[in-house]
Structure formats: structure tokens, C-alpha cells
Design a protein around this ligand. Structure first.
Ligand code: ATP
Ligand code: MG
Length: 348
């Protein structure tokens, strides 16, 4: 769609015909090339075949970021802009803000009764979250964050959830909750499947095995040309290589990992690797090629971003109308849930 197009407001829940995908991001900051490789590229492809719901998970920020809440509004817009800039089409995808669908919190409450404390404590990512956020005692809310994720997915009756391998355990919990609910109260929920799209981890510019937002070693989708050039020219390569005529190591060298992911000329990349291994090409030449490749890759992304940045009202409208649609779905789900649980004694 173009920035000039207006987004229609959908107020009633449309009939579900295609399989539904629930995907999303926490609004923690700008997305980077690692996100593109790990999730966004696939997300853009999936929007063609599936009814995609894209959640901006601001409630989840409360589990670890209580001291950074003032950044969330900005981050919500950035994360939506990042998604639109890589080609997510708001006419195909329902982009919505979690806190504008408060039915999620109600469903989370019901689900929290179906999960034992010891089961929640066994989620392997909890320790990681605590370590990353420097938390020694998890709050009651943090312990329940995979239960909140189950509420996100099942609120819109998602069938498929694309996640990294690290999140597979959360989808397993969602499946348990859906089955348990259906057993206890009747068939309300689909039992969703995890979709593991890619195991490729894009390394950091510093040679770390993973580029990460909080590691300061990533190239952001929103970086300008000069920043990209600076980051690439300063990239870690093969520390043992002193002269261009020394044989170089391609494995573990992030410049080559980036070329593999972003350079469409596969044969030329193979040739460059051979020459690098044989000491027949310098680091500077390889990096200059990467700068060119990334500029070409980022040009249409920057163009789309600029279009949406010029029209902040449109961005707000996309989030608002997507949230209206997601809320309509969630209202229907909660209606089914209360009826199944016999909580509809006042006809609510
Ligand atoms: P932080 O440093 O704050 O943890 P992050 O950059 O790791 O941020 P997350 O929000 O933790 O970003 O990542 C969300 C998802 O994005 C991950 O589950 C993974 O699928 C994907 N992802 C993030 N970084 C990379 C990367 N370097 N390579 C491939 N996929 C990535
Ligand atoms: Mg991370």
C-alpha cells in the first residue's frame, strides 16, 4: 500500500477462513538486520498465505522494564515502522497494540488458574530473562509471562506461531493450556503449532555469534548510509590476518556471514571466499562490497520508512484500526470463554 491510502476500520469480527498466524515484537527499540534474517523476511512472505496478526507486546514490557516505561510510546511507533519498512502490508496484516486489547489480561487471569507454579518455574527462558534484566527475585507477573503469551495467541485463536527455537517451550505451554481449557470447559481453542522459520543467527559486527539490540553490535534497519558504512568498515574480521596476502578465515568472519545473507550474487560471494582463503583479496575490498550490498538492500526499506514517517497520522491510524479489529476478535473469544466456563450468568 502507499502512504496516501487510508486504512479501513473493521469493527466486526470477520469470518476466519485462512489459517491464522500470531507474531509480534516487544517494543524494546529499533529492529536490526538480525531480526530481518531471523523473523522479518519470513513474516513478509507469510502475510501472503496466512491471516496474520502482528502484536506489539507492550504489556510484556511491564515484566522486566518497569524503570523504562517512558520509552515505550516511541518504541511502539519504531517497531511498527520497522515492520512496515520491510514490506509488511497493513491491508493484509492486522497490526495491533496489546494494551488496546485488554481482553488479553482477562484471558491471562483465567489461564493463570490452569498452570501450576512449578510448571511456570520450569520454563527454561525464565532464568535467561532474569539474568538479562538483572532480576534476582522474579515478580509474580514475570513468572507468568509465558502464560500471558498463551493469552496473546489464544485471544485471537492463532493456529501458527512463528518463533525462534528459544521460544518453543512457550508454545508448548500454550498448547497445554489450550488442551486443558478445552478438556475442562469445551472446545473453544485451537491447539497452535510453533513454526520455526530459520535457525540462522546473524552475528554481531563485533564477531559475537549473535547481533543483539542490547549488545550494541547490530546494524539497524533504520541506520543511515554513513552509519552503515562506519559499522561495516569497523567490523571484526579475522584477527590473525595482518596483510591482505595472508590466508584468511571465512568461518566465524561476520563480513562473510552478512554477504551470505544479503548478497544476491551467490557465485561472486563463493569466488570472494576462495580469494580470501588464498590471501588474494584484502579486508577493505570485502567490506566495501558489503557496504554496497547493504546499501542496495536498505534502499527500498528506507524509502518505505520515509513515506510512513512523513505521515505520522497514518501510522497511528494503522495501529488504531488494527487494534479495533483485534479487539473485536478478542471480544468474541472472551464471549465464548465465559460461556464455556459458565461465567455468563449475567448474560455478559
Ligand atoms: P536483546 O538484545 O534486547 O535481547 P535482540 O536483538 O536479541 O534484543 P529480541 O527481541 O530478543 O532481539 O529478538 C526477537 C527475535 O528476533 C528472536 O527470537 C530471534 O528470532 C530474532 N533475532 C534477534 N536477533 C537475531 C539475530 N542476530 N539473528 C537471527 N535472529 C535474531
Ligand atoms: Mg534477545
Amino acid at each position: 500500500m502507499t502512504a496516501e491510502t487510508t486504512v479501513p476500520t473493521v469493527s466486526s469480527a470477520p469470518k476466519k477462513t485462512r489459517k491464522r498466524i500470531l507474531t509480534g515484537d516487544r517494543p524494546t527499540g529499533r529492529l536490526h538486520l538480525g531480526h530481518y534474517v531471523g523473523t522479518l523476511e519470513n513474516r513478509v512472505k507469510l502475510q501472503e498465505a496466512y491471516d496474520t496478526f502482528l502484536l506489539v507486546a507492550d504489556y510484556h514490557m511491564l515484566t522486566t522494564r518497569l524503570d523504562h516505561l517512558d520509552e515505550i510510546g516511541r518504541n511502539v511507533r519504531d517497531v511498527v515502522l520497522d515492520n512496515l519498512s520491510v514490506g509488511i502490508d497493513p491491508e493484509k496484516v492486522t497490526i495491533y497494540l496489546q494494551s488496546l486489547v485488554p481482553q488479553t489480561a482477562e484471558l491471562h487471569l483465567y489461564f493463570s488458574m490452569l498452570v501450576s507454579v512449578s510448571r511456570a518455574q520450569r520454563i527454561p527462558t525464565l532464568k535467561e530473562q532474569m539474568r538479562d534484566a538483572h532480576i534476582t527475585q522474579p515478580s509474580y507477573g514475570l513468572l507468568g509471562y509465558p502464560v500471558l503469551q498463551a493469552a496473546d495467541i489464544l485471544c485471537v485463536k492463532g493456529d501458527l506461531v512463528p518463533v525462534g527455537r528459544d521460544q518453543e517451550s512457550h508454545i508448548e505451554l500454550t498448547r497445554e493450556i489450550a488442551r486443558r481449557f478445552n478438556e475442562l470447559f469445551g472446545p473453544v481453542f485451537p491447539v497452535p503449532d510453533a513454526l520455526i522459520p530459520s535457525d540462522t543467527l546473524l552475528p554481531g559486527t563485533d564477531g559475537n555469534t549473535k547481533a543483539g539490540k542490547s549488545l550494541g553490535n547490530a546494524i539497524d534497519l533504520a541506520d543511515d548510509s554513513e552509519t552503515v558504512r562506519r559499522k561495516v568498515m569497523g567490523m571484526y574480521t579475522d584477527p590473525a590476518r595482518i596483510r591482505a596476502t595472508d590466508p584468511g578465515k571465512v568461518e566465524g568472519n561476520p563480513v562473510f556471514a552478512y554477504l551470505e545473507s544479503f548478497d544476491p550474487e551467490k557465485a561472486e560471494v563463493e569466488d570472494l571466499k576462495e580469494r580470501y582463503r588464498g590471501g588474494r583479496v584484502g579486508d577493505v575490498e570485502v567490506k566495501k562490497r558489503l557496504v554496497t550490498v547493504l546499501e542496495r538492500f536498505l534502499a527500498p526499506i528506507r524509502e518505505r520508512r520515509a513515506r510512513f514517517e512523513r505521515d505520522p497520522k497514518l501510522l497511528d491510524e494503522i495501529i488504531r484500526s488494527g487494534s479495533d479489529r483485534a479487539r473485536a476478535e478478542a471480544q468474541q473469544t472472551l464471549h465464548d470463554v465465559r460461556r464455556a466456563m459458565k461465567l455468563d450468568y449475567f448474560g455478559l
